[in-house]
Write a protein that binds this ligand. Structure first.
Ligand code: PHE
Length: 344
């Protein structure tokens, strides 16, 4: 090997060792300057080419160029290593990888909405259509057409929010019976979920804004047994088989006969003389039901001699109490997400 070749090999060894020993970027640069800089060792060798016999110069230049190329490659490798180390250091300083991760907020469906959806799914499976109506109603739809004339005491029972002399925030979803009967002819099979409003004092079982699910079936030969069967089936589907359902005789101007429908109190399981949730009765009221009153059918020009039907109106929040074993309807709306997320 030529003398120059040997010098270059030795120089590259030293260069590599110096790079390996460099503790940081700055030291790395100092090494670069020492070898490849304007006064560096390699530059001096290059200058020395001029002292060689002319015939040897090209070969010597080529040798040096090859050495420089190799050195630059090693240098760039070393500086990449440093960069990676810097990034790691910076991450270690700002990110504690042992810190417990924060789970992303994904949101979930409110239990009341889920109840409404599940109940509607049950009826849809049985051939019912789901219809949606307005929350502001004229008194005709809310009262008159439902066999509650202007002077009827049942109007007071609804404790409504009146917007004008004739318009009100609907206190129940029963106006949807009227809207549907006006628009279609029998047979009719619908459920109508939606918001309702009453001037009720808020407590564990009452909200002034709540949800009802209305149901209406009209056809020939429809009787109370169909109503009981469908509602018991819905309760089985929503609550499972451990909860019982009972029908209590009651009164609504738009149904005859009428019933109130109760389900086993989820808190005392029907046992409880001192139960704070059901007031000791052992039952929670879900809502009202009954056979559509002939006056309502007549108002819609349906012949009560031919057609009969049933209707029901259940509180979705009440269904929620039973389904989720929750003791207070206010829990459904107070945005305590940790609590709500468990109720799926
Ligand atoms: N609309 C009645 C209420 O809100 C419930 C009901 C609906 C009763 C349909 C009978 C038939 O109290």
């Amino acid at each position: 090997m030529s003398e120059l070749g040997a010098t270059l090999v030795d120089l590259q060894h030293r260069f590599r060792a110096a790079l390996d020993a460099a503790p940081d970027d700055r030291a790395l640069d100092a090494v670069r300057v020492g070898y490849l800089g304007r006064n560096g060792e390699v530059t001096q060798l290059r200058r020395a080419i001029g002292t060689l016999p002319a015939a040897e110069r090209p070969a010597a230049g080529k040798l040096i160029n090859e050495a420089v190329e190799a050195m630059e490659a090693v240098l760039s490798e070393a500086s990449t290593r440093f960069e990676a180390r810097d990034v790691e250091r910076e991450l270690a300083r700002t990110v504690d990888v042992t810190f417990p991760a924060i789970a992303p907020l994904t949101g979930s469906i409110n239990p009341v909405r889920r109840i409404v959806e599940d109940a509607c799914a049950y009826f849809r499976r049985h051939g019912f259509a789901v219809v949606i109506g307005p929350e502001i109603e004229p008194d005709y739809y809310n009262f008159d057409a439902l066999n509650i004339p202007a002077d009827h005491p049942a109007r007071e029972g609804f404790d409504s929010f009146w917007l004008t002399g004739t318009l009100l925030l609907r206190p129940h979803t029963s106006p949807m019976q009227i809207r549907t009967m006006q628009q279609y002819r029998p047979p009719i099979a619908i459920v109508a979920p939606g918001k309702c409003y009453r001037r009720d004092a808020v407590d564990a079982r009452h909200l002034f804004q709540f949800h009802q699910i209305e149901g209406l079936l009209i056809g020939e030969g429809i009787h109370f047994g169909h109503l009981k069967g469908m509602l018991a089936g819905m309760c089985r589907e929503l609550f499972g088989t451990s909860q019982s359902v009972r029908f209590r005789p009651s009164f609504f101007p738009f149904t005859e006969p009428s019933a109130e429908v109760d389900t086993t109190c989820p808190k005392c399981k029907g046992g409880g003389s001192h139960c704070g949730m059901c007031g000791g009765s052992g039952w929670i009221e879900l809502g009202g039901a009954g056979m559509v009153h002939p006056n309502v059918l007549r108002e819609m020009n349906y012949d009560p001699e031919i057609y009969s039907g049933w209707a029901f109106g259940f509180g979705a929040e009440r269904l929620g109490l039973s389904r989720y074993d929750v003791d207070d309807v206010r829990r459904f709306i107070n945005s305590a997400l940790d609590f709500l997320e468990q109720l799926q």
